[in-house]
Design a protein around this ligand. Sequence first.
Ligand SMILES: Nc1ncnc2c1ncn2[C@@H]1O[C@H](COP(=O)(O)OP(=O)(O)O)[C@@H](O)[C@H]1O
Ligand SMILES: [Mg+2]
Length: 496
Amino acid sequence: MSWKPNDSFAPVARLRRTLAFRLTAAYAIAGLVLIFLATASLYLLTVTEMERSTRLFIADKLNVLRTMLRERPNDREALQEEIELESAARQYEQFYICLLDERNQPLLMTPGMSERLDLEQLTKQTGIHLGRTIRMTGSHGRAFRVTSATAPVGSPPTQTDTIQVAVDVSQQEQFLQRYRLWFVSILLGTFVALPLIGYQIARRGIRPVEDMAATARRISSTNLRERILPDGYPFELASLAGTFNQMLDRLEDSFDRISRFSADIAHDLRTPVNNIRGEAEVGLARARTITEYREVLESCLEEAVRLSDLIGNLLFLARAESPLAHLRRESVNIVELLDGMREYYEASAAEAGVSLTTSANRAPVIAHLDRTLVQRAVSNLVSNAVAHTPPGGSVVLAASSEDSAVHIEVSDTGAGIPSEALPKVFDRFFRLDSSRSQASGGTGLGLAIVQSIMLLHGGKVEIASQLGQGTRVTLHVPIAEQGRAAPVPNHHMTRT
Ligand SMILES: Nc1ncnc2c1ncn2[C@@H]1O[C@H](COP(=O)(O)OP(=O)(O)O)[C@@H](O)[C@H]1O
Ligand SMILES: [Mg+2]
């Protein structure tokens, strides 16, 4: 759509690139060629048919006369009758017959023939043979087809006469002329009409595409509700419109998430910052004892740690999404990794009255993965499980492997998650208790981080839960090929 000053042919060039133009040109050329071929071949057929029927007619006439001359050479009256009478009965395609003796002197002739045709010229044409005709112009511009044939007189022949037949074909020629006129007018008419009709058809055909383009132009981040209504669209375009609408659905969804995400970030950052500010203001309001200052600093530190954790987590998620994110894969025995996890969380689990165990199956499960990241994922799962399991419950860590993947499972007998919330638990900042109470501690980023770690490994995470019964989260990590085992770590994810 840009308009450069020096491309004065731009509109033409642009028109030539439009689909409507191309379709129209193709219709018009194809239509013209077809109409030309059809009309021309009909014309040729008519011409040959007319000539053929004239030729046959002449041959017929000649045959009759030659038979008469051969078999009844002396019956001049019958011959005369044959030559004169039938011609008189015809109004169109008048024919004239002339019988010449051996010295080319006329013996008999259809009455009126000498007024219509230049006989001297006709006599010169005795050379043409039966089966061929030539065209001659007679008086008043009338056109004739002429042929001649030798006719042996008597049997055995005593002499050889010549019969000349001329058929008036002016009528035929006038007809053909009208035909040619029609032919040219029809071609001219179609030459004008076809592009116009073709253009209308093409425009109508691609109107849905233009509608789609217009919709696409109207869409912006604040206006993602627009959809194309594919009613009445042809099938192909309806499916294109459907695909387009689905793309908009996904975009709208992503935009929603992003804007919710930013709102959540703002909210979650504000809380600890406000707390720090409040503590500091209260602390500074009047003179304090050392112990009081200490308390203020301690609670400020606590908030600062919260804040720094939150920022660290956000940074982690942002980096994990970057295409530059790399893994430091190494061989890890998952069973040992889970043992380490259990030891790490043993104390806090015991404090919460929850039993934390690894599964009885001790066979090593070896996988090629980024140890730090998988530790972080499992740690998020275990802390969730312990946090949501009431005293007396249990949390079990298990690992298993098959040909293509290893599975890590963290299951608990805790509170569970209502099924309508299950699809959302991996969303950033999603927490079940929407009150966002500080008590629960989490920021709602834990499972989002687990998911992005799995995606980095080319794996996936599954969650199954029964409200009041417990929750089971399973990590599926595909066993990576050795070739991709140790990429250059130019953007390594570090623990925050
Ligand atoms: N094992 C579990 N049992 C019950 N609910 C869980 C469990 N794990 C996660 N949840 C729910 O999913 C939400 C999101 O978890 P997560 O992303 O780790 O955020 P956070 O732990 O910071 O709240 C939690 O708020 C909790 O409501
Ligand atoms: Mg959590």
